[in-house]
Write a protein that binds this ligand. Structure first.
Ligand code: 5AD
Ligand code: SF4
Length: 436
């Protein structure tokens, strides 16, 4: 979502004459868009700011102004602290106020001093953002829902991103059409809790995610749809059914479970058991047999015993995941888990993380190897490192390298998978006349 938000910030600033640059030294403004989900992500901000302070001073010495801003969830959670620890920062803005960036820049220009804006304004930012114009690539993100009301006991999102909010379907569909006009063929719908989507439909009814996906699948030019991140509790019947009958919906679902132990799931306030999760996976596989799954796991949550951890490993073995993101529990101040007893020792958590990662590497490798010999539809996104090579994605979001004509960029081609490396596949385009 930060990638999406950053692109929208660039768009808000474009009318003021700002253009993106890859050269840090050339920048007139640097906005760090931050993540607060784990401590490490938040710490990174202060070390980056230390480095940028040097650049700002150097620029000031040669008479140039560098606007330094911090956006995103660290800004939301620690705005005042940032102003205190890094008083050279000019702008601090949360994820719900970046549509006001032009106004903030104007205030700076008037010499009104540093701006801190971490409100949750009543005007939804999407109503104030300019319409997406710049091409976002063959595969693009589209934010449909923000915030979360689930309050998992370890998580800062309900505090930093705020309450659940769903964008109206009409503005999502309009954005999708503009993206398609700019060459996008694959859309990944974004939301912290995307399958809790419940926005105003174009027919005056309230739409769920399944209904929204159906409407987007009907937009000419959209070939692939994905959505992330989902909660098991919101995998409703309609959504499961959509996986069975929407060919545009890719057979790959990121569905975080966090733990395989029911007592840990309860302490996490997840609202489901490990068997509930197994049943959801089974139902999805019954409507879409080729579907694959990825998940998130936290090890070392307060109170996690060896038996709890073993239950997590069992769950992974039962479900057969294609991919997983694994994290050591990171206490976040203000969340209920941060003050829970039965802290797990760091070395124990580290050992568990290693064991989990070893199992996941095995599981992921075995999934990737199972693709060899198959013909997978690949959406080519860009040219590869070698002449005549294109890089695209399989339905399972694996990177695929293949020899193919530049004309295939932006199209879906059948590719016979011939090889596998640690994070990507290689193959040959099957159809002669199109691949030639
Ligand atoms: N500690 C460790 N991991 C966390 N996540 C969220 N909060 C924490 C935390 N406090 C992980 C969860 C979530 C993913 C985005 O980040 O697994 O699904
Ligand atoms: Fe955080 Fe996801 Fe739980 Fe919401 S559902 S509180 S975003 S982990």
């Amino acid at each position: 979502m930060n990638v999406y938000d950053s692109a929208r910030m660039a768009e808000v600033l474009a009318p003021l004459g700002f253009v993106a640059t890859d050269v840090v030294d050339d920048a007139d403004m640097i906005l760090l868009n931050t993540c607060h989900i784990r401590e490490k992500a938040a710490e990174k901000l202060f070390s980056d700011l230390g480095r940028l302070r040097v650049l700002k001073t150097r620029k000031a010495d040669s008479g140039d102004n560098l606007i330094l801003g911090v956006a995103g969830c660290v800004a939301q959670a620690e705005g005042a602290e940032i102003m205190r620890r890094a008083p050279f920062v000019d702008l601090v803005l949360g994820p719900q106020t970046y549509h006001r960036l032009p106004e903030m820049v104007a205030r700076l220009a008037r010499g009104e001093g540093p701006v801190l804006d971490t409100e949750f304004p009543t005007e939804p930012k999407f109503d104030f953002l300019p319409e997406t114009e710049a091409p976002q690539g063959v595969s693009a993100f589209l934010s449909v829902q923000e915030g979360c009301d689930k309050f998992c006991t370890f998580c800062v999102v309900p505090y930093t991103r705020g309450a659940e909010f769903s964008r109206p379907a009409a503005s999502i569909i309009a954005e999708a059409k503009r993206l398609v006009a700019g060459g996008t063929r694959e859309l990944t719908l974004l939301g912290q809790n995307v399958n809790a989507y419940h926005g105003d439909g174009t027919d005056g009814m309230n739409w769920n995610l399944a209904r929204l996906l159906r409407a987007l699948a009907a937009v000419p030019g959209i070939e692939r749809l994905r959505y992330t991140t989902s909660h098991p509790r919101d995998m409703d019947d309609d959504l499961i059914e959509a996986h069975g009958d929407l060919p545009e919906l890719m057979p790959f679902l990121h569905l975080p479970v966090q733990s395989g132990s029911d007592s840990i799931l309860e302490a996490m306030n997840r609202g489901h058991t490990a068997d509930d999760y197994r049943r959801i996976i089974d139902r999805l596989r019954s409507v879409r047999p080729d579907i694959a799954f990825s998940s998130d796991f936290i090890v070392g949550f307060p109170g996690e015993t060896d038996a709890d951890f073993a239950a997590t490993l069992d769950l992974i073995r039962d479900v057969g995941l294609a991919q997983a993101y694994t994290f050591k529990y990171s206490p976040r101040s203000g969340t209920p888990a941060a003050t829970m007893a039965k802290h797990v020792a760091d070395d124990v958590a580290s050992d568990r993380l290693q064991t989990l990662q070893a199992l996941m590497t095995e599981s992921q490798d075995s999934f990737n190897r199972s693709c060899v010999g198959k013909v997978l539809p690949v959406l080519f996104e860009r040219s590869g490192r070698y002449a005549g090579q294109l890089v695209g994605r399989s339905p399972y979001a694996q990177g695929v390298h293949a020899t193919a004509s530049a004309r295939c960029q932006g199209t879906v081609m059948p590719v016979r998978i011939t090889g596998v490396s640690s994070n990507s596949l290689s193959g040959e385009v099957e159809t002669m006349e199109v691949g030639a």
